[in-house]
Write a protein that binds this ligand. Structure first.
Ligand code: GLN
Length: 547
């Protein structure tokens, strides 16, 4: 039966709870344990799939087609364990299930209440897969004291109470603010946060304290005394140069040791951190630098393209160069010539996105990359727009566009080289969709196989002719234009196994121009960079050497 680590946060949000959880997962793995990381989010959306990236950052898609919180991306990048649908849940999903059961009459006429019906549902969720791993790490979103979060805190309290002693522990993340005027770290907010936790029946075993300044011994003792934890279980979390330093930094501060002590695991197996030292060595000792322009719409919020930013860094690790990614708002290119903006870059990436706004600018960026032979990686929308660009400017289809934009505008303006996908094959069943379907969870989601054309650039990049990648889109490049486009050099080098859905396109007479309908960034890891990102950055290095 798995041991459970519940990770909660207090004082303020955005303390890096997801990162701490991911790093702890990596450290437990380094000591030879198997782990699974899971996220419980208090918001009422059934999943983050319908939220704008501006609201909640990127939506992370799992192989089994769930649209989940971006923290699952951290978990996967740090542990290499593929996230699953059952690794993520929200209050919305819990209530939806409870209400469905109520409508079916499953509760046999009882009054439905938060305790026990909602909390039982959460506990059932927590118990999923408990025989599969040594440790389940469950992060509770939000901060202690939030109204929405209460049922989750109550459920984890009960869950720990139901289990034998020492099977569940609680790690609480707080902030030690630094008052420059008095030159002091203040422990009071942490004390209050722990008091709040204890008022709902949870006594933390380990405290992780975010701090900009070193925590003096005296403050550590004070926190231990007032918060009723051992002094060794007060762990400092300082700001890091790179998130990939987190496993080594937390290990130095004793997080994994404190967790194993709390479970009474003696002697603790020694950790093997070679993998993380290698990652840090590559990051800290780059042999060069490349600049990549990410031309998209959601450029104000860094979290909107989290996995892309990370995958670019991984591509840098693979080539031992530093990648300077710069986010360029595509709307600029609707007013101005992209050339002066893009000339200094070694590569151009157009990421995924929804809606028409900014797309003409992205098309201009794709054109610039094609004409100037700059390495280009188009992801999802970035692939669709590369096809539209080629159709308009090379294949003489001046009205080429996507049905997505026509649907949005309520008018037929374009020749739909990208059309609304109504039917496709998933495993051995046919999935059907209509343009007026509800928005939530209705896209082509999750892992699908693609077959790559032998001899193509992409087959060379992967070193394989059959791949599996994660999807999240409603629209698709129409094969009706394939012949015309291939005639002018845009090769459809990756297709769905039934040959109906274009998965990858590439320009033949270009050093490195690839568009993919899926999201390779979701599967990249620092210790195992995704081949497309490794290849893209290698092409950027080569193009940098040429200029
Ligand atoms: N909006 C496009 C579609 O739905 C692309 C989606 C994406 O980039 N994730 O097909």
């Amino acid at each position: 039966m798995a041991r459970y680590v519940f990770i909660t946060g207090g004082v303020v949000s955005s303390l890096g709870k997801g990162l701490a959880s991911a790093a702890l997962g990596a450290l437990l793995q380094a000591r030879g344990f198997s782990v699974r990381l899971r996220k419980l989010d208090p918001y009422l959306n059934v999943d983050p799939g319908t939220m704008s990236p501006f609201e909640h950052g990127e939506v992370f898609v799992t192989d089994d087609g769930a649209e989940t919180d971006l923290d699952l991306g951290h978990y996967e990048r740090f542990t290499g364990v593929a996230a699953r649908r059952t690794d993520s849940i929200s209050s919305g999903r819990i209530y939806q299930t409870v209400l469905e059961k109520e409508r079916r009459g499953d509760y046999l006429g009882k009054t439905i209440q938060v305790i026990p019906h909602v909390t039982n549902e959460i506990k059932d969720f927590l118990a999923i897969g408990e025989d599969e791993v040594d440790f389940q790490l469950c992060e509770i979103g939000g901060t202690v004291g939030d109204i929405e979060g209460l049922p989750f805190f109550e459920a984890i309290r009960q869950f720990a109470q139901d289990r034998p002693p020492r099977q569940c522990i609680f790690v609480h993340l707080t902030l030690l603010p630094y008052l420059a005027a008095s030159g002091e770290l203040k422990t009071k907010p942490t004390q209050h946060s722990v008091r709040e936790l204890r008022a709902i029946g949870i006594a933390p075993d380990v405290l992780v304290c975010r701090s900009e300044q070193p925590i003096p011994e005296r403050e550590r003792e004070k926190i231990a005394l007032f918060c009723n934890v051992r002094k060794e279980a007060v762990i400092a979390a300082y700001d890091l140069k790179s998130i990939y330093e987190a496993p080594l930094a937390y290990h130095r501060e004793g997080l994994d040791q404190a967790v194993l002590d709390a479970f009474g695991i003696h002697p603790a197996p020694r950790p093997n951190l070679a993998k993380w030292h290698a990652v840090m060595d590559a990051l800290e000792n780059p042999e060069g630098e490349v600049r990549v322009a990410v031309v998209g719409k959601y450029t104000q919020l860094e979290d909107a393209y989290k996995s892309i930013a990370e995958a670019l860094t991984h591509g840098g690790i693979a080539n031992r160069v530093r990648v300077r990614a710069e986010w360029v708002n595509s709307e600029i290119f609707e007013r101005e010539d992209p050339a002066p903006h893009l000339e200094g870059f070694d590569a151009i990436l157009v990421p995924g996105g929804f809606g028409e706004r900014g797309t003409e600018g992205m098309i201009a960026a794709a054109r610039f990359a094609r004409e100037h032979k700059v390495p280009y990686l188009g992801i999802c929308l970035g692939m669709q727009l590369a096809v539209i660009e080629g159709s308009r400017n090379v294949a003489r289809l001046p009205d080429a566009g996507s049905e997505e934009f026509d649907h949005e505008a309520g008018a037929r303006r374009f020749t739909p080289v990208v059309y609304h996908l109504k039917e496709w094959v998933q495993g051995n069943r046919v999935v059907e969709r209509r343009p007026d379907d509800a928005k939530g969870g209705t896209m082509r989601l999750g892992a699908y196989t693609a077959l790559l054309q032998p001899g193509s650039l992409v087959a060379d990049v992967y070193g394989a002719t059959e791949i599996e990648e994660r999807h999240r889109h409603r629209y698709e490049v129409d094969t009706a234009y394939r012949e015309k486009l291939e005639g002018v050099g845009l090769c459809f080098s990756g297709m769905s196994p039934d040959g109906r859905l274009p998965e990858i396109v590439e320009w033949k007479d270009h050093p490195w121009f690839i568009g993919v309908q899926f999201h390779p960034e979701l599967k990249s890891k620092p210790f195992d960079p995704h081949p497309l990102f490794a290849g893209f950055i290698r092409a950027a290095v080569e193009s940098a050497r040429l200029v």
